[in-house]
Design a protein. Structure first.
Length: 394
């Protein structure tokens, strides 16, 4: 019997999320039939396509526009379409496992009716949503309590949990009450194809140094802090540094508007999302890469894939100190314990010391190759699925 996996991801079209793409391809390459359901991308008006052997269905979506009521409308609309498509996929193709990739945590609701048919549910825990809510809105009110309750229900109806790191595993065991044998750490990590390319000096825009950021752009991601860091660099008399920020999200437009207001015009540019080739060119040209995620509980317990991507390309890093950030980067990064001024000073210290940059970059590249690359996570991914299938037979 060929094993069939149905992966539901709500917050990004496939294959935009590298974790979901890596998981789907790893399963496919190990003999699984894999179907992915995700929000519709403007580049796929027909609503379904085959990508690298993965059958992808795309449902209509409601844009959340960054507000709390907007998120609620988006998730309610997504649940409706996800259940409709799940029923269609089950009748047409069948599946043995549903893997729900949060956010949101409510995807488990789609799996409930299929439990009666022997289908098992794997919760792929990307974000700790209660902590994410506090990082965005800085308070614990009724909505926070509701998120905690939903998360507990999600754990309750999950047969297996895949955690991105040890901190998320601890959440599953403590807050979720999961059995240790049902929780697997499946870390984010770059694939072997994520390799440095030749630097492009034009990307430095006439400056001596390029500082690069890649990732999401929301409140908790700290890009407004990075603009303040750029201003501090300017105030220290440095006109030889350019900052390029790659990525998108709810704050992208507002951040672009902040550039002249922060008086850093000509020092910072936001590219939006770019192709893989453009991303590799920017990161390969960068002298230092940064992670300005603001210090908060959410960022303290989360592993950011951009850190491993920086390390895979041999780039030294400056970031705020966090539990999981330190675990991932170790000696490949400098850690700011202060705020804007300290971050800027550490950045300039590193830019002015090429030998130190090379040493840190080499450490990071070796750590990824030997411990943190995606290939090291595949055995745990397959073990999580084996555990779910064991429960089907049991």
């Amino acid at each position: 019997m060929k094993r069939k996996a149905f992966i539901i991801v709500e917050n990004a079209p496939y294959p935009a999320d590298p974790r979901v793409r890596n998981e789907a391809l790893a399963l496919f390459n190990n003999g699984y039939e894999v179907i992915v359901l995700c929000p519709r991308d403007r580049d796929c008006p027909q609503g379904h396509q085959v990508i690298e052997g993965i059958l992808v269905y795309q449902h209509p979506q409601v844009k959340h526009r960054g507000t709390r009521i907007g998120y609620l409308l988006e998730y309610c609309g997504a649940l409706f379409w996800e259940f409709f498509y799940a029923l269609w996929v089950y009748l047409r193709h069948g599946f043995h496992i549903i893997q729900g990739c949060n956010p949101p945590d409510v995807i488990f609701l789609i799996a409930l009716p299929f439990r009666l048919l022997g289908v098992k549910y794997i919760f792929d825990h990307h974000d700790a949503n209660p902590e994410l809510y506090v990082s965005k809105y800085d308070k614990k009110g009724p909505l926070y309590k509701a998120l905690v309750a939903v998360e507990k229900l999600c754990y309750r109806f999950s047969d297996v949990v895949m955690a991105t790191n040890a901190s998320y595993r601890d959440l599953a065991l403590s807050r979720g009450g999961m059995a240790p044998e049902d929780v697997f750490i499946v870390r984010n990590g770059p694939t072997e194809s994520f390799k440095a390319v030749s630097p492009d000096p034009a990307l430095k825009r006439g400056k001596t140094y390029l500082v690069a950021y890649v990732g999401n752009m929301d409140v908790q991601d700290g890009l407004d802090i990075l603009l303040d860091v750029a201003l501090r660099v300017k105030q220290l008399g440095r006109q030889d540094v350019h900052f390029t920020c790659v990525g998108g999200g709810p704050r992208l437009t507002a951040l672009r508007e902040l550039i002249p207001k922060k008086d850093v015009t000509g020092m910072v540019n936001f590219t939006g999302w770019v192709s893989d080739q453009e991303l590799l060119a920017i990161l390969s040209t960068a002298d230092v890469c940064v992670n300005p995620d603001k210090p908060c509980q959410m960022n303290d317990i989360s592993t950011m894939i951009k850190i491993m991507e920086y390390m895979a390309l041999g780039k030294p890093i400056v970031q705020f100190a966090s539990k999981e950030g330190r675990f991932s980067a170790q000696e490949a990064s400098l850690y700011s314990e202060g705020y804007v001024n300290d971050f800027a000073e550490k950045l300039l210290w590193l830019l002015d010391r090429p030998e130190e940059r090379a040493k840190m970059g080499e450490f990071g590249r070796n750590r990824v190759e030997k411990e943190l690359a995606w290939k090291h996570s595949v055995p745990n991914l397959l073990a999580a699925y084996d555990r779910a299938f064991d429960k089907r037979r049991g």
